[in-house]
Design a protein. Structure first.
Length: 759
């Protein structure tokens, strides 16, 4: 079965496209699809080319070769370049008249002059200084794989062109590739690459740590076998169910790793304890299963309840991840109680020898001895046991001091939490010195913004969009958009009409008046399409009831984007016609930013519900409301500290980092339940709280420490990733694991000693 699931697990794919995050009945998604049917595809990529003088025959020829190569790539619908603009201009009667009237100037000089002053091409095809040009390719991708293949083919073409023109590039000419298609493909590629690259190192480092801690082959092989089996089965099931990895479900495998590793280490530690008092291997295995099975079942129940709360989300990937995480916890329990005992049956067993001969084991003094015999055994204990003994003494003596320190640290962490920015920013995922970040920065600095937004004006009564008052509304909105610093340019059918009107009338004013009649405006558009640029047709619909404004904005975070969109909507409501016109805002990137915001707040709500349900279930399984309330303290503190460090470190809380809180909750709750359950069991022996703390830490302290250390050392390797989400995931998970073990070893026993609950 493991081989079967492993065969399918290797077919895992990644998909972070916008469509997977939206419901099929989402109104914004439905309107976006209708927009694509009306106006054509909106997703694009940009190839920018910079040179000292672009308006030469050699440069135009070079640009034309590249544009023609791009047109032949599957998935590219259309390509617009400076060479295409020249082709359209040459057949235009107005351009030919300009050539004849300026015989002292060359064709390229006239072309340069007209192109640089043309608002249609300014900051889109050509920069204001005339040294940077863009080849804009409209693309149509059927999925993440086709998008990655398309971007890869474009890069191959660019590399080939660059090699052919190596001397030109050395003379300070360069190519840049960017755009939403490139960013989406790069997100998927880097996510897959870094997870695949660092996961083996995570396993290797965890194995080394386990080997150093246990110094036994069985202590390494059995936990590793458990982890491998659980991950392979869960991944195989995930693929067979037709699911793909994304920024949320990427947490599924690390959580499987942590849960299965924790479960197996708890089994192994208890088994080694039983080996000291059992006369044969079968007894040691049976007694281990009897005593460790109940607390592991309790942790499984709380984990399942916690993660099932994610299934309350209306966002499909969050819903799916919640179900699989819950199933993962249940499957790990079933696998551990079946697989680990089988594997332990192959472990060689040595009969324990005590002073005075073989001690016949009785169930009255299994596990850890009671208070009197506990002290007699102590001189024989070494290593971790000595450390845990001194730790328990310190907790008993300074419990108040520990709790006060915990409150102070928690208070400081809350201050840090208040500094956290809740914001999504796609480009923040990449290092500043990465190729994609450099390309985006260069294009936005020299040419245009790469964040596309589409604003659509729709008439309500079938009126033509070419009515003068409607065109004036569009002009007013574009004039307002030019005043927003982050918006580099906007383009609509009005720009084409204005340019043609200006050329016909000879008006040199930058923003020339519009035609006075609908017929004149439509005639201008037909002439532009016939002799100028056919791309004008994609800015209005065939029934003449819809017109779009294509806006290009610099890369901004979701907060600033939301502010800009709110200001635009307020301007439309106050200053433009909203009776005969309905205004819509759409586009692939606006949808993505809105989705990220929905994911973030959905995760916050789901985590809050998980937090509540987890501690309610803790109180139920331990049969004490007071215990459930006490357990909140050691479980809340690690999460608070991690979020506080994020605030002080300037890390943003987004759809990826919010999952760290869920991981912290899962880890903390598991170890806390083991501590509380062991405390309850040991307290029933003699009712002595001090002796109970000693025996509890000796029983589960080593296990909790081994679990957290091995997992933390494994996850720290992800911090070396160049992909920010993976890097932050490694750092924050490791920090959370350390916080959790400190809380479980210090705060949990201190709370139990301070409150002294009755079970």
């Amino acid at each position: 079965m493991t081989v079967f699931f492993g065969y399918h697990a290797r077919k895992m794919k990644t998909d972070n496209s916008t469509e997977i995050w939206l419901s099929k009945h989402d109104n914004d998604l439905n309107y976006y699809r209708a927009f694509l049917e009306k106006f054509g595809d909106e997703e694009f990529l940009v190839v920018a080319f910079r040179a000292a003088n672009l308006f030469t025959k050699d440069r135009i020829h070079q640009i034309n070769i590249l544009a023609e190569r791009l047109k032949r790539i599957d998935g590219i619908v259309s390509v617009t370049s400076l060479a295409d603009v020249l082709k359209h201009k040459i057949v235009s009667p107005l351009f030919q008249e300009s050539i004849r009237s300026r015989q002292e100037r060359s064709l390229m000089a006239v072309f340069k002059r007209q192109t640089l002053k043309d608002t249609v091409y300014q900051n889109t095809i050509i920069s204001k200084d005339g040294k940077t040009t863009a080849i804009i390719a409209t693309v149509k991708c059927t999925g993440p794989e086709s998008r990655k293949q398309l971007v890869s083919k474009v890069r191959t073409v660019l590399n080939e062109i660059a090699l052919q023109n190596i001397n030109t590039i050395k003379r300070r000419s360069w190519y840049r590739l960017a755009g939403p298609s490139v960013v989406n493909a790069e997100l998927d590629r880097m996510s897959q690459r870094d997870m695949a690259r660092f996961t083996p190192y995570m396993f290797l480092l965890s194995i080394i740590v386990l080997g150093c801690l246990y110094r036994k082959i069985s202590g390494v092989l059995i936990p590793v076998s458990m982890v491998v089996v659980c991950i392979v089965w869960i991944t195989g099931c995930f693929v067979l169910c037709g699911e793909t990895m994304n920024m949320i479900s990427n947490m599924l495998l690390p959580l499987t790793f942590i849960i299965s590793l924790s479960t197996s280490i708890h089994f192994m530690n208890h088994y080694y304890q039983e080996c000291n008092i059992s006369l044969n291997n079968e007894d040691a295995i049976c007694h281990t299963l009897q005593h460790i099975g109940i607390p592991i079942l309790m942790t499984t129940i709380t984990t399942v309840i916690g993660f099932i709360s994610l299934a309350t989300s209306s966002i499909q990937p969050v819903f799916t991840t919640g179900l699989f995480m819950s199933g993962c916890a249940a499957f790990t329990f079933l696998t551990s109680v079946i697989l680990i005992p089988i594997l332990l049956s192959f472990v060689s067993f040595r009969i324990p020898i005590y002073p005075g001969g073989i001690l016949k084991k009785t169930r009255e003094n299994t596990l850890w001895p009671v208070k009197n015999s506990f002290r007699r055994r102590w001189g024989k204990e070494q290593g971790f046991s000595v450390c845990l003994f001194w730790l328990s003494n310190f907790i008993i003596k300074y419990k108040n001091f520990i709790l006060i320190c915990g409150c102070i640290v928690g208070g400081i962490s809350v201050w840090g939490i208040l500094k956290i920015q809740i914001e999504s920013d796609i480009m923040a995922s990449f290092q500043k010195n990465s190729r994609i970040a450099k390309d985006n920065h260069s294009i936005e600095r020299n040419l245009m913004g790469l964040l596309p937004v589409e604003i659509v004006a729709e008439t309500t009564n079938g009126t033509s969009i070419f009515q003068p008052d409607i065109l004036n509304n569009i002009t007013a909105l574009q004039r307002y958009l030019r005043g927003i610093p982050e918006i580099t340019n906007s383009l609509s059918v009005v720009n084409y009409i204005q340019n043609f009107h200006q050329n016909i009338k000879g008006n040199r004013v930058r923003y020339s008046p519009l035609p006075s009649t609908e017929k004149e405006a439509m005639d201008y558009v037909r002439l532009v399409s016939l002799y100028g640029d056919k791309s004008v047709n994609c800015f209005y619909t065939d029934d003449l009831t819809n017109a779009r404004i294509s806006v290009r904005m610099k890369q901004v975070g979701s907060n600033r984007y939301q502010t800009i969109m709110k200001e635009i909507k307020e301007y439309i409501h106050k200053h433009l016609n909203t009776i005969d016109l309905v205004w819509h805002t759409t586009g692939i990137v606006p949808l993505l930013i809105a989705v990220q915001e929905n994911i973030l707040w959905s995760e916050i709500w789901s985590f809050s519900l998980a937090f509540l349900l987890t501690f309610l279930s803790t109180a139920i399984v331990l049969k004490s409301v007071k215990i459930g309330l006490i357990s909140i303290i050691p479980n809340l503190l690690p999460i608070t500290i991690t979020l506080g460090l994020m605030g002080f470190g300037g890390m943003r809380l987004d759809a990826a980092t919010i999952m760290i809180a869920s991981i912290a909750l899962g880890i903390s709750v598991d170890n806390t339940i083991h501590v509380f359950y062991r405390f309850k069991k040991e307290l029933a022996v003699d009712g002595d709280y001090s002796g109970t703390i000693h025996r509890t830490l000796q029983g589960v302290g080593k296990t909790a420490l081994f679990t957290s250390l091995s997992a933390a050392c494994g996850f720290i390797v992800f911090s070396f990733s160049s992909f920010k989400p993976v890097q932050y995931f490694g750092i924050l998970t490791s920090v959370t694991l350390v916080n959790a073990i400190i809380s479980d070893l210090f705060i949990s026993p201190s709370c139990l000693m301070f409150f002294k609950p009755k079970f």
